[in-house]
Design a protein around this ligand. Sequence first.
Ligand code: FAD
Ligand code: SF4
Length: 532
Amino acid sequence: MGDVVDVLIIGSGASGAAVAWSLAETKMRIVCLEQGDWVKPTEYPSNGRDWEARLFGDFATSPNVRQRPADYPINDDNSPIKVVNFNGVGGSTIMYTGHYPRLHPSDFRVRTLDGVADDWPIDYATLEPFFAENDRMMGVSGLAGDPAYPAKQPPMPPVPLGKTGTRWGKAMNSLGWHWWPSDTTLATTEYEGRAKCINLGHCTPGCAQGAKASTDITYWPHAIRAGVELRTNCRVREIVTNQNGMASGVVYFDADGKEMFQAAEVVVLACNGIGTPRLLLNSASGRFPHGLANSSGLVGRNLMFHPYIQVYGYADEPLDGNQGPPLCIWSHEFYETDPARDFVRGYMFQFSRGIGAITEAITSAAAGRIPWGDGHHDAYRALFNRRLSLSAVIEDLPEEHNRVTLDPVLTDSHGIPAPKVDYTIGENSRKMIAHGIARAKDILTAAGATNIDMQNPIHFGGWHLLGTARMGTDPERSVVNEWGRCHDVRNLFIVDGSIFVTAGAVNPTSTIQALALYIADQMKRRLATLFD
Ligand SMILES: Cc1cc2nc3c(=O)[nH]c(=O)nc-3n(C[C@H](O)[C@H](O)[C@H](O)COP(=O)(O)OP(=O)(O)OC[C@H]3O[C@@H](n4cnc5c(N)ncnc54)[C@H](O)[C@@H]3O)c2cc1C
Ligand code: SF4
């Protein structure tokens, strides 16, 4: 393709969609290249009774298990936490659960407050209008007044607590600990053409009802109507630079596998915390021998996952089981630093409903809760639909040895080097995990649960991909500046989770999208100099 587009966005997920929609009002020529395709709601597992089986096949959360044509392999052998994602229009929002907390104001100031990691170059107040705009665009349900946050007003009422949530709430009340109905992106009323949740109950692998806000049904229809061109099945191999060290465009493989070049004035990376450093490292050249935008050496470093600790038990009566959105309440009781504890920062609890019949059978059989022979069915009945499960979302601090590099051997179906992940759980996180497990057991006991067990960490729990191209004002200690522009390449921007300075202890997508809208706004304010 010989013509030059004004803005070329790579990746159509949470952040790529938001930035495309926001920039569309400029009437610039904007193209987004996405390596996957549109996913039809009729394809979602929630249409069929085999939905759980498909979680081990074409809707597995791990790309290494799923192996769709759009997926690229990830060598995560050297990590106790395996990477999960989705590659297609909507990106990982196709597969996310829609739990939608924001970072706390304190998360932007951890060096000042706790003497660890670094402060962000921006603060919560800077992002506040973009959080609100994004809540409107994604359609957030929740309850105003949560004391854990500055005031905010979700546009829809919260997901109902149900039997399970009510039990959790009573347990937390008996302990005197904070809990609140979660903000989620699951529509509880009809919202901008989206139908409301009908409790199909398997939100994670796509919502056939359209109640869950994945960006293919929120931002993208608006962006496309406003003139953005979204090219699917187009995988970018590398970003090309010119003699001035500016990005001049990208080389990609089109839907027929043909190698193409797309010239662009500005390139925006939105490939997530693994895909973005992979692409920057794959874009090494004579001028940028260690990868593009990598003079700091920090591209791929400081990977943060949020180790997830899941602790669960069983109630003495049937609860909601798998009916309804899986996550309905959160607790920020242990979120902020407490000098009485042996670690800094903290964690959030997210409380779940139950799991599906097959998953209960498989996990409980493996854990020895269901004997073979006599009593097999009775034992299963005593567990089925009675699971109470909560997870501690652990804030892991940035550590340079946790990183994404290029695998020397592994490639994707186009022969492009695949990413390799090296990650260990840090000392501060380990202490936090021990604390979280003890408190989770207190909560389960207060909720009357027995047979308590856990997964530490959740094996396929690498859903939050953060920190691998961090933001900052110092080019020696960061990859992008305070408005998302690469220090080394003035017309290259990054808008996905890679730019997080610290991880906080919440699911990150609300903050990722608010950041993408903020960066788009900064780009619009600087339009006159953007192409210099
Ligand atoms: C199972 C699961 C559950 C989750 N639950 C939650 C939750 O409840 N709450 C929450 O906040 N977050 C959750 N997440 C995380 C959430 O989905 C991500 O934080 C979010 O989608 C990240 O946005 P992003 O824009 O950075 O990347 P993504 O949404 O992952 O989008 C990246 C896009 O870039 C494309 N791409 C990558 N490389 C290339 C290339 N070379 N060429 C072309 N295209 C490319 C990919 O195909 C993909 O579509 C969950 C994720 C998973 C997998
Ligand atoms: S529980 Fe609601 S939001 Fe989740 S998949 Fe079912 S209908 Fe969709």
